[in-house]
Design a protein around this ligand. Structure first.
Ligand SMILES: CC(=O)N[C@H]1[C@@H](OP(=O)(O)OP(=O)(O)OC[C@H]2O[C@@H](n3ccc(=O)[nH]c3=O)[C@H](O)[C@@H]2O)O[C@H](CO)[C@@H](O)[C@@H]1O
Ligand SMILES: C=C(OP(=O)(O)O)C(=O)O
Length: 447
């Protein structure tokens, strides 16, 4: 894992990319499937796990519960035959969102769980009321005190009971928490208005491979019939659709021809539709490979983020970067999170013309962007700045890499392999260069 906190990314933009990129396993699947491994009293082998700070932290959360976890390359082995404590550590859980979702699995296994409120991207209030209400409907007593969610199942045996649960909003995390809780509960749980994201389906497939009885994942009604115990599993997680989408957008903005493999095109339907809408050609080379061709003209479009299968909120910031260089006016409405447009002002530093009103961004296409120092405020905001930096004339320096490294597996290395002029350097040397007014691209990465 690179040293993110003291590093910055330097990008010399305006160069097309060329070649092939392999997409890593999905962050949001890997994290919740690691939590799901806590349901199993045998060995869980999880393959295709991306190299990410969030995965490392999630591994630390699981180890802190007294569960055995080892990692070799992209394989993680977890054996939760024994979970020594029901209390997850504050300093780890507060670093990512998905750690909280483990409350469902811990409660199902032990009948008790103490989970600090989670961290994750600061893109809105992100309450956990739907998780809590669902667990209460399954018979748990739940109270949030001093920033800790304390849950236990009263009565002998401490086993949750199946329930009919309607989610006010199709929350990904709440669907996953409750699905995990229900796999070992007594009786049938029906989740209505459930999230339909591919990562929810991946978690369901993982649980089913361990012997869980789950029907309907990928639709808005999921039925889970609890089983007494789950067995060992060897499971490979799906490719990361957001990483794939980010590379497609990077290809589009730099007018490049690149191929992406290990993708599931069906998971990218809303994004590919929008890219085609604005003039980008994307070819399905094979069932797991996409090719993007250089676009002559990029046209403006409107985006409304929605739960899957709508346009994903996690692609909103990268797509905004692309629309800054499209011909005409675009309107982007962020409907999922209430504070996820902070990248707009950083994109404006690069010469974009974006006005924000409430949850809507009005993007007026400009002919060029020009490099500048910028700061990533969250994970996808940072990705948007990388994308803009690849297209901007001159040098862009991006701070805040701890956000980027939470969710992108070696993005700088992958972009270098595609010919991008991008370097991760220590912040002090970048500052020294600014003082010396050195804007030149270093010889080591000149193409
Ligand atoms: C680790 C992980 O998988 N993160 C993803 C997950 O986050 P996460 O699971 O946190 O997102 P949710 O789907 O839960 O959030 C959607 C909306 O529901 C609200 N809400 C959620 C739970 C709750 O108890 N009460 C409530 O009001 C949220 O504030 C938000 O406005 O799905 C998001 C939406 O696709 C993605 O952007 C994140 O990348
Ligand atoms: C918002 C995201 O992650 P998290 O839910 O972990 O904050 C994301 O992956 O874009």
């Amino acid at each position: 894992m690179p040293e993110a906190d003291s590093s910055v990314l330097q990008i010399w933009g305006g160069h097309p990319l060329r070649g092939h990129v392999k997409i890593s396993g999905a962050k949001n699947s890997a994290l919740v499937i690691m939590a799901g491994a806590l349901l199993c009293s045998g060995d869980c082998r999880i393959r295709n796990v991306p190299l990410l700070a969030d995965v490392e932290r999630m591994g630390e959360v699981i180890s802190a519960l007294g569960v055995r976890l080892t990692r070799q390359a992209d394989i993680i082995d977890i054996n939760a035959s024994e979970i020594k404590t029901s209390k997850a550590p504050y300093e780890l859980v507060t670093q990512l969102r998905a750690s909280f979702f483990a409350i469902g699995a811990i409660l199902a296994r032990l009948g008790v769980a103490q989970m600090p409120l989670p961290g994750g991207c600061a893109i809105g209030a992100r309450p956990v009321d739907l998780h809590v209400r669902g667990l209460q409907a399954m018979g748990a007593e739940v109270q949030i005190e001093h920033g800790i969610c304390n849950a236990y199942v009263p009565g002998s045996g401490g086993r949750l009971k199946g329930a009919k649960i309607y989610l006010d909003t199709p929350s990904v995390g709440a669907t996953e928490t409750l699905m995990m809780a229900a796999t070992l509960a007594d009786g049938e749980t029906i989740l209505e208005n459930a999230a339909r994201e591919p990562e929810v389906v991946d978690l369901a497939n993982f649980c089913k491979a361990m012997g869980a009885n789950i029907q309907g994942a990928g639709t808005s009604t999921i039925t889970i019939v609890g089983v007494p115990k789950l067995h060992s599993v060897d499971y490979s997680i799906i490719p990361d659709r957001i990483e794939a989408g980010t590379f497609l957008v990077a290809g589009a903005i730099t007018r490049s021809e690149i191929t992406l493999s290990s993708v599931v095109p069906d998971h990218l339907i809303p994004l590919i539709a929008k890219l085609r809408d604005i003039g980008v050609t994307i070819i399905e080379e094979s069932p797991d490979c996409l090719r993007i061709l250089p676009a002559e003209i990029l046209k403006a479009t409107d985006i409304d983020t929605l739960p899957h299968p709508g346009f994903p909120t996690d692609m909103q910031a990268p797509f905004m970067a692309l629309l800054t260089l499209a011909e005409g006016d675009s309107i982007i409405n962020e409907s999922v999170f209430e504070n996820r447009l902070r990248h707009a002002s950083e994109l404006n530093r690069l010469g974009a013309d974006i006005r924000v009103k409430g949850n809507t961004a009005f993007v007026r296409g400009v002919p060029i962007l020009s490099g500048a120092p910028v700061i990533g405020t969250d994970l996808r905001a940072s990705a948007a700045l990388v994308i803009a930096g690849l297209a901007a004339e001159g040098k862009t320096t991006i701070q805040g890499l701890h956000h980027l490294d939470r969710g992108y597996d070696q993005i700088d290395v992958k972009l270098q392999q595609l010919g991008a002029k991008i370097l991760r350097v220590r912040e002090e040397s970048a500052n020294a260069e600014v003082a010396a007014n050195n804007n030149a691209s270093p010889a080591s990465i000149s193409t």
